[in-house]
Design a protein around this ligand. Structure first.
Ligand SMILES: Cc1cc2nc3c(=O)[nH]c(=O)nc-3n(C[C@H](O)[C@H](O)[C@H](O)COP(=O)(O)OP(=O)(O)OC[C@H]3O[C@@H](n4cnc5c(N)ncnc54)[C@H](O)[C@@H]3O)c2cc1C
Length: 328
C-alpha cells in the first residue's frame, strides 16, 4: 500500500486525501490550524458566529457540481443567494462545517506545524514543531507556494525546475477580516451582503441574515480590499479595526460590543499560473495543489485537489504498488 503525506486540511488537501484514501493509499494529513478547513473558516465570539474566510461557494465545473449536489442532498450546504446567474452556497453552521464533514474518516493531525520536509529513504520526511517526524512515499503539498517552498527549502534544487519556476511565480494578496458584534439588527440589506463601491472595504456580510448566527444582535464580517490590506498589514490591529469600523459605520446598526481582527496573509492569489496542480517525480513524487495554482476560489481548490490525487495515482509508487514506508 503506497503512503502519502498531505500538508494542509483545506479544501484542496481534504479533497486529495479523500480520493487517495479511496484509491487504496495510506494517508496522513497534517495541518497547523486548530481545526480543519484552512480558509473555510468559522469563528465564534460569544453567541455570534462568523464566516471570516470564504463566504460562499460558486460552481462552474461539472465535476464540482456533482459534489455540490451531493453536499446539498446531505444538508451540508444550502443556497444563500444568486448573482450573475450563479448560486452562492453557504455551509450550514458556517463554512468550516463543510470541511468537518469532508474530514470524516481521514487521519488528520491538527495543531501540527510542518517546519521542514526533505527527501529521505526514497520518499519524504516531514519534521514538525511538535518534534515528530512523518515519512511517506509521496507528498501532496497544499500550503500556499511561498510557505510550501519554505518547508521544502532543503530540497527545492532537486524538484523539477519547471515546477519550481511556476511555484515561485504565485503571489497572494493579504486580507483583513474584521468580525463585529453589535447591538440590534445590522443595516446590511437582504440577503445579507454588500460590496461598497469605494473605500477600504471590499465586502460586508451579515452572518445573522446569512443564517449561520443567532438573532440576538448583529454579527458582521468585514473584508478589506487587497491594496488596503497590503499597505496596512503591519499596522496595530486596534488602528486597522478603528479605520474599518469607521468605514463600516453605515452598515452597523447599534453599539459595537466586541470585535476581532484576523489577518489572512495568503488570502487570494493575484498572479501565477492557472494550472490546476503541479507534479514533480523528483526527488520523490510530489503534487502541489491549492487555489494558488487554480484560481483563488473554493472550486479551484477542490479541482486542484482532484488533479493532485490523479497525478499521484499515476505515479510510479502507485502503479508499482511499491512497499510503503510507514506513516506514523
Ligand atoms: C477573506 C477570504 C474570502 C474568500 N471568499 C471566497 C468566496 O466567497 N468564495 C470562494 O470560492 N473562495 C473564497 N475565498 C478563497 C477560498 O477560501 C480558497 O480558495 C480556498 O479555501 C483555498 O483552499 P486551499 O485548500 O487551497 O487552501 P487553504 O484553505 O489555505 O489550506 C491550506 C492549509 O495548509 C495549512 N498549512 C500551511 N502551512 C502549514 C504548515 N507549515 N504545516 C501544516 N499546515 C500548514 C494551513 O493551515 C491551511 O489549513 C476567500 C478567501 C479569503 C481569505
Amino acid at each position: 500500500m503506497p503512503s502519502c503525506l498531505v500538508i494542509g486540511a483545506g479544501m484542496a488537501g481534504l479533497t486529495a486525501a479523500r480520493l487517495l484514501l479511496g484509491d487504496g493509499w495510506r494517508v496522513v494529513v497534517l495541518d497547523k490550524g486548530r481545526g480543519v478547513g484552512g480558509r473555510l473558516a468559522t469563528r465564534r465570539i460569544g453567541e455570534a458566529r462568523f464566516d471570516h474566510g470564504a463566504q460562499f461557494i460558486t460552481v462552474r465545473d461539472a465535476l464540482f457540481q456533482q459534489h455540490v449536489d451531493r453536499w446539498l442532498a446531505n444538508g451540508w450546504i444550502a443556497p444563500w443567494f444568486e448573482d450573475g446567474g450563479h448560486i452562492r452556497y453557504r455551509s450550514e453552521g458556517g463554512m468550516s462545517q463543510l470541511a468537518k464533514h469532508l474530514a470524516v474518516g481521514l487521519d488528520i493531525r491538527t495543531g501540527v506545524k510542518v517546519e521542514s520536509i526533505g527527501y529521505s529513504s526514497g520518499g519524504w520526511r516531514a519534521s514538525t514543531d511538535t518534534g515528530e517526524t512523518f515519512q511517506a512515499d509521496a507528498l501532496v503539498m497544499t500550503a500556499p507556494p511561498e510557505q510550501a517552498l519554505a518547508m521544502l527549502a532543503g530540497c527545492t534544487g532537486q524538484l523539477d525546475p519547471a515546477v519550481l519556476e511556476h511555484l515561485q511565480a504565485v503571489e497572494f494578496d493579504p486580507c483583513f477580516a474584521l468580525m463585529v458584534v453589535a447591538k440590534g439588527p445590522g443595516l446590511v440589506p437582504a440577503p445579507g451582503y454588500f460590496r461598497p463601491a469605494a473605500g477600504p472595504i471590499e465586502w460586508l456580510a451579515d452572518n445573522v441574515r446569512k443564517g449561520i448566527s443567532g438573532s440576538g444582535g448583529s454579527a458582521l464580517t468585514i473584508h478589506a480590499r487587497g491594496d488596503y490590506s497590503r499597505q496596512r498589514f503591519e499596522v496595530a490591529p486596534e488602528e486597522v479595526a478603528r479605520e474599518l469600523l469607521e468605514a463600516a459605520r453605515p452598515w452597523i446598526g447599534g453599539t459595537v460590543d466586541a470585535w476581532q481582527l484576523h489577518r489572512w496573509k495568503f488570502a487570494k492569489p493575484v498572479s501565477g499560473p492557472c494550472l490546476d496542480s503541479l507534479y514533480s517525480e523528483v526527488p520523490a513524487p510530489v503534487a502541489f495543489a491549492g487555489d494558488g495554482l487554480a484560481g483563488g476560489r473554493v472550486e479551484g481548490a477542490f479541482l486542484s485537489g482532484v488533479a493532485a490525487a490523479a497525478k499521484l495515482s499515476e505515479s510510479p509508487v502507485a502503479i508499482g504498488r511499491e512497499p510503503s514506508t510507514t506513516v506514523e
